[in-house]
Write a protein that binds this ligand. Sequence first.
Ligand code: GDP
Ligand code: MG
Length: 442
Amino acid sequence: SLSDRLSATFKGLRGKGRLSEADVDATVREIRRALLDADVALPVVRQFAAVVRERALSSEVSGALNPAQQVVKIVHEELVGVLGGETRRLRFAKTPPTVIMLAGLQGAGKTTLAGKLGRWLRDQGHTPLLVAADLQRPNAVTQLQVVGERAGVAVFAPEPGNGVGDPVDVARRGVASARERHHDVVVVDTAGRLGVDAEMMQQAADIRSATSPDEVLFVVDAMIGQDAVTTAQAFLEGVELTGVVLSKLDGDARGGAALSVASVTGRPVMFASTGEGLADFEVFHPDRMASRILDMGDVLTLIEQAEKAFDAETSQDLAQRFASGEDFTLDDFLVQMQGLRNMGSIKKMLGMLPGMGELREQLESFDEREIDRIEAIVRSMTPAERRAPKILNGSRRARIARGSGRTVTDVNQLLDRFADAQTMMRSMRKGGGMPGMGGLPG
Ligand code: GDP
Ligand code: MG
């Protein structure tokens, strides 16, 4: 996977400072390769790589992540951003009906999508109407009627036997009919051609003017790869899109077309079609797609967990205080222990983090309930006791044991452990290092 290859490009660089230019360039080469493998269009790959390069060069090396992970994180964030950031929801009209127009090449999956959208909307309590404004192909209207019937959704179609008919007029009458019959959403299915074509584009633009859609969704086959860019550009200029739907994501496609189209149009990907069946349809999640494009799901989970566990701010804060000569208190000890709670949940995965062998061994014997016990004991102390445990005589220890539901022996053990951690922190301060995981329980 990309992550494996990235890890291999870094030769163990860790710690403070910046990533070197050579490391970043090696990384960017890997990213370009991965994006091209995923069928992202070349101009999009170039632009994306440039953005990532700049960010990687200017970012500080984080304490929690190794350089490979850090670059993966930057790449992922940029990918999610281009794909639309948060999942974008459908915009509904203030006054119904909401009009959703579908545009795209022939065979892109518009008619199929109309049925899926209709079913999905119906399941959410809407009363959609599908409008058959594709009069290009002889059986296009029938196809939509079949799809509508299967989805249990009403279809507006031109009356048969009136010659070819005007798709713009059908679309307009479809919306009027929805208003009359209280359908709150209209999905307008339109005609496509096999390639971009001026007449088709004009027709789509006319349908748009006639129906004033709230959304114009560009439906694009995820398998078309490099061609996605030119097609998307043509539709953006010809009909003005508000969103993108990727179809045929069930195939081998790694989803590179998603990045190409989103990047070229600047429009968010909103839905994905993942098969021929009505239920093969989902709301699009930019972050999941980013992982799919770069094939890096596991590593991302790991990065998230590692960052949580190392909570950079807490350590930074502690580090500064120790550097300025303040002593390590029981409150600090507690914060450190609480930080380990997150560690508990990732100990299974620690095997994947490089350079963590020693910590992993310590964590093997780590019991999260131990932190609960420590927390209970420290919380039973007064602030003065936490700052200066020296004052904890026998009667205070007995009171704390009662208050926390533990034994005096437990309290004593905790104080011993704290004393060890304190000694360790003091020696670290002398050495100028960052506070580590001193005083691990167990
Ligand atoms: P339109 O010309 O844009 O209306 O495209 P259609 O909806 O007629 O779909 C063209 C072909 O692609 C049909 O055979 C569909 O069954 C198929 N199709 C549509 N969406 C998907 C999808 O998400 N996955 C797969 N595997 N096939 C799809
Ligand atoms: Mg169709």
